[in-house]
Design a protein around this ligand. Sequence first.
Ligand code: AMP
Ligand code: MG
Length: 341
Amino acid sequence: MLTRIEPADLGLQEAAELIRRGDLVAFPTETVYGLGGDAGNASAIERIYQVKGRPANNPLIVHVPDVAAAQSYSAGFPLIAAAFARAFWPGPLTLILPRHDRICPAVSAGKNTVAIRCPDHPVAQELLQASGRPIAAPSANCSGHTSPTTAQHVSDELGGRIALILDGGPCQVGVESTVVDVTGTSPVILRPGAITQAMLAQCLIAAGFSAQVTVLTRHAGNTADEPLSSPGQLESHYAPRTAAYRFYASDIPRLNAFLLKKRHQRIGLLCLEGFAAPPTMAKILVLPAAEQACARGLYGALRELDAAGCDVLLIQCPENSVGVWAAIEDRLRRATKELPV
Ligand code: AMP
Ligand code: MG
């Protein structure tokens, strides 16, 4: 299949038509590019899993244009969900809600909940309006690999497997949405993102709730076959193709021992601004010290480093896990292996 990249304004009507007839389209959102299909069409959903090679136990996020649509595709909209939606939609926040029958069971990977988000990107909004359909859209990459933040990244990942990519330029946020389960008495963050724990907590206080926002703790060693309470929490995800190891600023002795052992190999380094990079690297990329700029550049940098022909990659994870750094650390940790001792 020939994959075309079209400027979003020119390709929009065709994209809406493809969605309506059960085909897939890649499109930009403010977080990352999505691979979209009609959330009410079982064969479109099956095709999303197939094109990505996504494990059947990892459910999809449904994109809707507004709160009213979110309410109509969920079988209940708790008061806390309404407060979050009012404060953060349209935006990079996904709410886990009870699933309505209008959403295909396969979207939810057999669970009785559904993940819903209202994106803050003009092209995503226009596609939702023009198609008139709720659009299930995971990140437009092969399962487990680095997410795409430009149309070219999508083409590099899925070229030949989908007909159309809408090009809306680079994504502004750069990491996937915050996922929050609001089906219990207090909200639980299942995946950190640009809407931070502090922002959610502040919203609850302002709306008069006494509930606390908690963060799902890490599971050790989840594999693709297990039934997962939080399916996206796979230990290996977002990974480059080149072997990649993580380190923290406090790991310098271990890092030096590793470099000594690998001194005959081409090593690529992705570090944070301010890190004193060892001189022996074949390629060095530096991420900005400001959290939002760092998130925005993250996946592009991982891809550039992955394409640099190195034998091994070393990736610096932030030690700071406040704010958006929590999301950056989460993605980099899952994209890499622990530095060997
Ligand atoms: P992606 O589409 O690649 O951004 O990933 C979607 C994320 O939302 C993954 O972490 C999923 O596990 C999570 N997710 C989607 N639906 C549900 C659900 N019903 N319950 C829990 N997590 C979900
Ligand atoms: Mg993804």
